[in-house]
Ligand binder design. Structure first.
Ligand code: ADP
Ligand code: MG
Length: 321
């Protein structure tokens, strides 16, 4: 089916499409002070924007977890000696629990308000990574709080990796390996036929496979790449990456900045080589969109406010083969 037709069909009742909607941390968490109340109200706002899609399609929602997992790690540190510490993989699992609950409740309330009979379920998702992924030798993804130098020295002695971020202080960095496989993919797909599914939150819980067993590992998987991995493996029709910008831009932040309305995988590669997308933010989104497009799907990068326009081809960056 032509993809512009497919996009519009998502908004009508005529044909159920399978959609993976990735909610960025930026689309659900405002800058400034974080509270559970603000988390609820922001998720609520994001839900209203995606609701027309939830009604008519098989929907899987994925989400970021940066601020949540950072705060969990702060609590772990503050409670050392009083409560047992947890590894990063468990902190990611806890953040999936927190946001899964918040998103679930906001959606359930909205569905019941609109008298729509559909349930919502969140799935703790494990994501397989390769223990030989180069990122394990070169961790670059910052997580958790900032530390003074003295503390950073102690962390280094414990074998943790830290980096200095200008003016802010030292921060722990962890590997960000490439997602290989979503362990619960088949279940997620099956349940999405009956209910809205929340999955692969925060990029999923990173696990490796060793001596016939899965085991959690200290790393953080990019949520856009994990979303693309999920969307590809369940053969979704559309991957929607919602963030805080309406488009991916070329020459972002410069005088000659220009929105990219559509790109092929080949064009995306060129933009990447030319350095238009910042690593850790827009780059993984474009990589994720390209990975998914490779399997024949359509991906869109936009913000929640432009979603409706994007589905009728009037906003957003569309990536397809
Ligand atoms: P999210 O929390 O949604 O994953 P990120 O902060 O990781 O959001 O990524 C979105 C950000 O990417 C935008 O706010 C913008 O500052 C940044 N960005 C970097 N390069 C680009 C680009 N070429 N076009 C648009 N945004 C870009
Ligand atoms: Mg991001």
């Amino acid at each position: 089916m032509k993809s512009d037709k497919l996009l519009l069909l998502c908004l009508t009742n005529t044909l159920m499409q399978t959609l993976v909607i990735a909610l960025g941390g930026n689309a659900i968490m405002p800058k400034g002070k974080m509270t559970i109340a603000s988390e609820f109200s922001n998720v609520q706002k994001a839900i209203q924007k995606i609701f027309p899609l939830v009604k008519n399609n098989h929907v899987i929602i994925t989400h970021g977890n940066g601020p949540q997992v950072g705060n969990i790690l702060i609590r772990v540190e503050a409670a050392l000696g009083k409560a047992y510490p947890i590894p990063l993989s468990v902190a990611v699992a806890e953040s999936e629990g927190e946001l899964g609950y918040v998103i679930e409740q906001c959606l359930v309330n909205e569905l019941s308000k609109k008298k729509i009979k559909k349930s919502v379920v969140s799935i703790l998702t494990q994501v397989l990574v390769d223990k030989k992924d180069p990122s394990f030798k070169n961790p670059t993804k910052p997580v958790g709080p900032f530390y003074p130098k003295k503390e950073a020295e102690k962390m280094k002695k414990k074998g943790l990796h830290v980096i200095f971020e200008k003016t802010k202080g030292w921060r722990r960095v962890v590997p960000s390996p490439w997602p290989k496989k979503i362990i619960e993919a088949e279940t997620i797909k099956a349940i999405s036929r009956k209910a809205v599914v929340i999955a692969a939150g925060g990029g999923g819980i990173p696990v490796i496979y060793e001596s016939g067993k899965y085991r959690g590992i200290d790393a953080v998987i990019d949520k856009d790449l994990a979303s693309a991995c999920l969307a590809s493996s369940i053969k979704a029709d559309l991957l929607l990456i919602l963030t805080d910008v309406p488009f991916a831009y070329e020459n972002f932040g410069k005088k000659n900045e220009k929105p990219i309305k559509k790109m092929t995988i080949k064009e995306a590669k060129h933009y990447i080589i030319e350095g238009h997308f910042a690593p850790g933010s827009m780059l993984p989104k474009v990589q994720a969109a390209s990975e998914f497009a490779q399997t024949g799907g359509t991906a869109i990068i936009t913000n929640p406010s432009n979603l409706k326009k994007a589905l009728s081809g009037k906003a957003g960056t569309v990536i397809k083969k």
